[in-house]
Design a protein around this ligand. Structure first.
Ligand code: SOE
Length: 379
């Protein structure tokens, strides 16, 4: 079957540029039934010495150093934004105006006003869009979604999630600039709230519905750091750690924690959901497993099941190897590309859309406002 081509223009060549590029590259081999196929038309970033090598390594046909030129090109159908957060809004709004489809890296933007402008631009242009909250598409997490949606857990009482890292403990680590922009509030918007809790919030809303109100605290443990670009010691404005609790629209209670100061934890994302009839829990460090407790099991056999999510009947797994053989972090991005291409076929949305990511951003904003004002905030 002749495939319809979607020409991708990728902007940004960092860690996320690589994960997305890998996603596009795997489609032809592992999702052969899709009607659409991605073509890596152009990659764009400013560092010319690295640009050619990136294009060659990942298979891009051409390069640009100015994102505006890439957006103007008639041979680009979809713009993929993998740049630092401070550029998401400007690029997305320009891409929407140019009628391009948009795939934007998370978080949607630095703050709520920027996100709102992006959502409005998308709505005005009517272009297809998605935001890369990739963890939704780890098969065990998608299975959790299916179990919750089936009603098997019954009424939900609790949701809790953690995202723990330790990479900024060193007080000598500079802030800002290449590789360290996540530590510069002017570029990132916030610290762990936008970078890590946004993942937890996206998954939580997806699994358990909207969040009504939050009560949060944040801390910046290291108050000053040398800025990599200016060489000056400057105040640090990002949140190094944040804990919050919340009430979901369905009446359940949520408890969330994220930090970059949990020594020994590199990227430990975990969540647990407790319902009247059962519970689920998941851990990124053992990502092929979903733990499930079903209170309906025969009482003398009842206990936590550890489901190895590798069976062809389970989400996405018929695309990969044979039962028992696991997949990894990078596959969540492949799945997002596949779902995006499928959504072009079906005409459905590929969630999370900009609108969905805006809902997440509202919660992030309420969390930051709550911590700053030491009070409850509605979302
Ligand atoms: C930060 O270290 C980071 O790379 C986030 O930016 C990603 O979104 C997260 O998935 C892993 O950690």
């Amino acid at each position: 079957m002749e495939k319809k081509k979607i020409n991708i223009g990728l902007i940004g060549g960092g860690f996320m540029g690589r994960t997305h590029s890998n996603g596009y590259n795997r489609i032809r081999n592992f999702f052969p039934d899709l009607a659409y196929t991605p073509v890596l038309k152009a990659v764009c970033f400013r560092n010319e010495s690295k640009l050619k090598a990136f294009a060659e390594q990942w298979g891009y046909e051409s390069t640009e150093t100015d994102w505006r030129k890439l957006i103007e090109r008639d041979d680009i159908d979809a713009v993929d934004i993998c740049t630092p957060n401070d550029t998401h809004a400007e690029i997305a709004i320009a891409a929407a105006k140019a009628g391009k489809m948009i795939l934007c890296e998370k978080p949607l933007a630095r703050n709520l006003p920027e996100s709102k402008e992006m959502v409005d631009a998308i709505a005005a242009a009517g272009v297809k869009n998605t935001v890369w909250y990739n963890y939704r598409r780890i098969p065990a997490v998608t299975l959790a979604k299916n179990i919750v949606a089936s009603g098997k857990l019954g009424r939900i009482y609790h949701y809790r999630a953690n995202f723990l890292q330790d990479w900024t403990i060193n007080e000598k680590l500079p802030q800002g600039g290449e590789g360290l922009w996540r530590m510069d509030a002017a570029v990132a918007g916030s610290g762990v709230v936008g970078d890590l809790l946004s993942h937890c919030i996206d998954t939580a809303i997806w699994l358990n519905g909207g969040i009504q109100e939050v009560s949060a605290m944040t801390e910046t443990f290291v108050k000053q750091r040398m800025h990599q670009l200016t060489g000056k010691v400057e105040d640090v404005h990002i949140d190094d750690a944040c804990s919050f609790f919340c009430r979901f629209n369905n009446g359940s209670l949520g408890l969330f924690e994220s930090t970059r100061y949990a020594r020994g934890h590199k990227a430990l994302y975990t969540f647990e959901i407790n319902g009247a009839n059962g519970s689920l829990r998941w851990d990124l460090h053992d990502l092929n497993r979903l733990e499930y407790f079903d209170n309906g099991d025969e009482s003398n056999l009842r206990g936590w099941r550890s489901i190895h999510v590798t069976d062809g009947e389970q989400p996405y797994m018929n695309k990969w190897w044979v039962p028992g053989l696991g997949i990894g972090y990078e596959h969540s991005f492949v799945h997002q590309v596949a779902d995006f291409l499928k959504s072009l076929e079906t005409g459905e949305d590929c969630g999370p859309t900009f609108q969905d990511a805006y809902e997440t951003q509202k919660v992030c904003q309420a969390v930051l406002d709550s911590a700053a004002s030491r009070s409850w905030k509605s979302c």
